[in-house]
Ligand binder design. Structure first.
Ligand SMILES: [Fe+2]
Length: 289
């Protein structure tokens, strides 16, 4: 298991003074935790906007200014926590209640960072409600050269197996991409239950794939799922304490959440960032790749 780097903060001002340190860890590790002071929603937005200047996010000091309105705070700082559904069934801490996934691969201007600021925990089990992270660049580095070469040439299709197509793709993406914050190659494949659309090989090296190539892709995807759920050496485990604020690079970090908590027992203020000037365009044609 890998330790999530911690940056201690005593106030918003202190956090703002440490943006360079925070940025450095964000680039290198892709996940970090602020501890010691609970930022309120407005303060959270101020911190995000300062970092947004550094990383060219849609939320920056230009878009937020020094005096954001309550409406702007509501727009950018949402209530989250995976426990907001009173009708959801019981879950247990040894299972994932949110399975391994990476965010929104179909969007041309996808999520870049997530801020999860946990302000209420109502459960006692230390294994409950944990968030697990794995850096897809680290998984990529562990792959055999043959698989790296294969994925380099792979274009995949995401499609709904049955029912109306409207609103459900098909979408086309490259299996690999480059993370702009550190130049490293990332795997951009949804892995499991986080995604409602099944994925398969669409083109290989610009051609229709052979059945062997399609089978090789399916096996690689299975290995990826296996690696995420079994390789604890590359896994970060966040056991939440009230007041923890996790900052995560959502372009590269797979994540999953363990169960064992009930409605209202796990509440955070969340913010997602996208590239500045982002569009809502989807990879709905191969020409957009
Ligand atoms: Fe997620």
């Amino acid at each position: 298991m890998k330790n999530i780097p911690v940056v201690s903060i005593s106030s918003l001002e202190d956090a703002l003074a440490k943006t360079e340190e925070i940025s450095e860890i964000f680039r290198s590790t892709g996940v970090l935790k602020l501890q010691g002071y609970s930022l309120n929603r407005l303060e959270q937005l101020m911190l995000v906007s300062k970092l947004g200047d550094i990383f060219s996010w849609n939320i920056s000091t230009e878009t937020v200014t020094n005096t954001p309105s309550p409406e702007l705070v509501d727009l950018y700082v949402f209530m989250g926590g995976h426990s907001d559904d009173p009708h959801r069934g019981e879950s247990i801490a040894s299972d994932y209640v949110v399975d391994w996934h990476i965010e929104q691969v179909f969007y041309v201007d996808t999520f870049l960072a997530g801020f999860w600021n946990m302000y209420h925990i109502g459960y006692d089990d230390p294994k409950a409600g944990n968030t697990h992270f794995v850096d897809s660049s680290e998984i990529y580095d562990l792959l055999p050269a043959e698989t790296k070469d294969f994925l380099e040439k792979a274009v995949v299709i995401w499609d709904k197996p049955i029912g109306p197509r409207q609103g459900f793709g098909p979408y086309y993406t490259k299996a690999l991409d480059t993370n702009r914050v550190n130049g490293k190659i990332t795997i951009r494949l949804e892995a499991d239950g986080g995604c409602i659309l099944p994925v398969s090989l669409h083109k290989f090296d610009g051609e229709d794939p052979t059945s062997e190539q399609s089978a090789y892709f399916d096996a690689t995807l299975n290995n990826l799922k296996q690696e995420l759920s079994t390789n604890k050496q590359i896994r970060y485990v966040q056991q939440w304490q009230e007041g923890d604020l996790i900052i995560v690079d959502l372009f590269r970090m797979y994540h999953a959440v363990t169960g064992g908590f009930k409605y209202g027992e796990r509440q955070f203020h969340g913010t997602f960032t996208r590239p500045s000037g982002y569009t809502n365009n989807l990879y709905d044609s191969i020409e957009k790749l």
